[in-house]
Design a protein around this ligand. Structure first.
Ligand code: ISL
Length: 551
């Protein structure tokens, strides 16, 4: 297995809208990131991934781009970007941009042209089809509610939008589209950025027969109908040849819809496509037939097995990135930990999992201080287009709105999008104005300033474990070997490299677990409790990292 900087590094994802507001308009901005850059640097981060900052009407918070060569007005100017990039590089960190090229905004000039007439030179930049029996060309559902085709009066045809109707899908069959995408990628790489996180990249090649789907489960539709289309590997190979291979950079695909068996087709070292992917096994684990707002129970066994299956599938050929939260999912401690009873312990335990599985760890902003799901009560407090569309559908069909709001309190994307809590100040010190989305009311107890001063804080635990990962290549390159024990709540695995074993022991429950002495006999490198009064006993949500040499 080749050694690379992007395997050894730690990623930190910034959602700029909610990171830090420097000018009091209630929206985070580039100057705000510059002001707070040392928070990220001190954490020990190597790679920053910026969610989209390009010009956008913000139907989907920047994932709908109207100009790839310019900065969103609320975020600042290109000169601010240049300063930010320089500040990042000066500190020895790298910057990844979000590449959103499955679709653009309907306000992008390509789409404005495309919709004008059937013979416009940009017509073929998007996917247009005539009505079928007076309706849409097929029954494909959009990710964000309703049918994935929108009728456009101007030319009497439908265009495809797998996301909102303001996010028309680009037609990758058209060579000019691909050339334009490569050109914009070169523009940013030539400015000196260090790579891309590629939004829904497995979706770029469409199944052009556009047959109706009879699949029920939304995640199956993503996997079998939208992702992994017939030309996706050809397109990625071309992109690699034309752009990626020419720079010292990293490419991370958002691996939505990719099964473990397909993973190495995208990231196998010999394939010449992408460097790594974010997989979705654990992120969709509680999604029922109709997706996130239709949650289903799952067991810890299933949760752990997902990581094992992915590790096996990637083997020594491919590489993945490990994450437990991002801007599309509820907060990791509320979702996988016990935020109510063992907030601190479980947040630290999850950090231990994040940094000791095999793959490049990616932290989502705010998780380093254990930010939790927000306490929104009313629909008016939510901002996300996905949730608001779904609510409208509930309203229109006369279904139970209260039940929907209850589910939203667990499942909404907005949980991850509330302002980063910097200090015990109004709005968590994120803004001096009115934030675009309300801050979590727990900012008095959960914020960066307090945790910086507290040696036992979640923040300081993140710093410690990041340093540990840098000291032990075994945590980066070591083989991953789960150890089965009877208690289903306790997860134990080894990482092994060149005679060294690092053992990770995680009690995913509030119940004490008695361990056999031999399992715990190594040298203690890290523990999420500050006192170590128990040798053979794992306390509630206890995490230990142990070292065994020359076994
Ligand atoms: O959150 C989801 C739906 O409930 C995911 O399926 C998500 O839509 C999917 O992972 C794609 O996400 C990416 O592309 C979207 C954008 O809204 C997300 O923020 C982005 O991460 C469209 O660009």
């Amino acid at each position: 297995m080749r050694r690379n900087w992007w395997k050894e590094g730690v990623i930190y994802q910034i959602y700029p809208r909610s990171f830090f507001d420097s000018d009091g308009d209630g929206i985070g901005d580039l100057k705000g990131i510059i002001q707070k850059i040392d928070h990220i640097h001190k954490l020990g981060i190597d790679i920053i991934w910026l969610s989209p900052i390009y010009k956008s009407p913000n139907d989907d918070n920047g994932y709908d781009i109207s100009d790839y060569y310019d900065i969103m007005d609320e975020f600042g100017k290109m000169t601010d970007f240049d300063v930010l990039l320089n500040e990042i590089h000066k500190r020895g960190m790298r910057l990844l941009m979000d590449l959103v090229v499955n679709h653009t905004s309907d306000e992008h000039k390509w789409f404005q042209e495309s919709r004008k007439s059937k013979d416009n030179p940009y017509r073929d930049y998007y996917i247009w089809r005539p009505p079928v029996n007076g309706g849409p060309p097929n029954n494909w559902p959009s990710f964000f509610g309703g049918n994935a085709w929108e009728f456009d009066e101007e030319t009497g045809e439908y265009y495809l939008h797998l996301f909102t109707r303001k996010q028309p899908d680009l037609n990758w069959e058209n060579e000019k589209v691909r050339e334009d995408v490569y050109q914009l990628m070169r523009f940013w790489l030539d400015k000196g950025i260090d790579g891309f996180r590629m939004d829904v990249i497995p979706l770029i090649s469409k199944r052009l027969e556009f047959e109706d789907t009879n699949l029920e489960e939304f995640s199956e539709i993503i996997h079998k109908v939208y992702a992994n289309g017939p030309r996706v590997h050809e397109f990625l190979k071309e992109m690699n040849r034309e752009v990626l291979s020419k720079y010292d950079m990293v490419s991370i695909g958002e691996g939505v819809g990719i099964s473990p068996e397909q993973a190495n087709l995208y990231v196998g070292e010999s394939r010449g496509e992408l460097d790594m992917i974010f997989h979705f096994g654990h992120m969709f684990i509680d999604h029922g037939v109709n997706g996130r707002m239709d949650p289903k129970p799952y067991s810890l066994k299933e949760f752990f097995e997902i990581f094992e299956n992915w590790d096996k599938a990637l083997g020594n050929e491919g590489w993945g990135s490990i994450y437990l939260g991002n801007h599309d999912f509820p907060r990791m401690v509320s979702r996988f930990g016990d935020a109510e009873n063992y907030w601190k312990e479980s947040a630290k335990l999850l950090a231990t999992l994040l940094f000791s599985l095999k793959g490049t760890p990616s932290i989502y902003q705010g998780d380093e201080i254990g930010m939790t799901n927000v306490d929104f009560q009313k629909i008016e407090e939510y901002r996300d287009v996905e949730l608001l569309n779904a609510y409208r559908e509930i309203q229109d069909s006369g279904r139970n709105k209260q039940a929907f709001l209850k589910t939203a309190q667990k499942q909404a994307r907005d949980h991850a999008r509330t302002p980063l809590q910097w200090a015990p100040l109004p709005h968590g010190g994120f803004t001096t104005g009115n934030p675009w989305i309300r801050a979590n009311s727990n900012w008095k107890n959960i914020n960066v300033a307090q945790q910086e001063a507290d040696p036992t804080s979640i923040l300081n635990y993140y710093k410690e474990i990041i340093q540990l990962r840098k000291m032990y290549p075994t945590l980066v390159y070591g083989d991953f070997e789960p150890i089965r024990i009877e208690n289903p709540n306790v997860y134990i695995f080894d990482r092994k490299l060149e005679g060294e074993t690092i053992r990770v022991i995680l009690n995913f429950s509030s119940e004490t677990h008695i361990c056999t002495e031999s399992i715990l006999s190594g040298k203690l490198l890290l523990c999420n409790y500050s006192t170590d009064e128990t040798m053979g006993r794992l306390r509630a949500w206890e995490a230990r990292v142990l070292e065994f040499s020359q076994q």
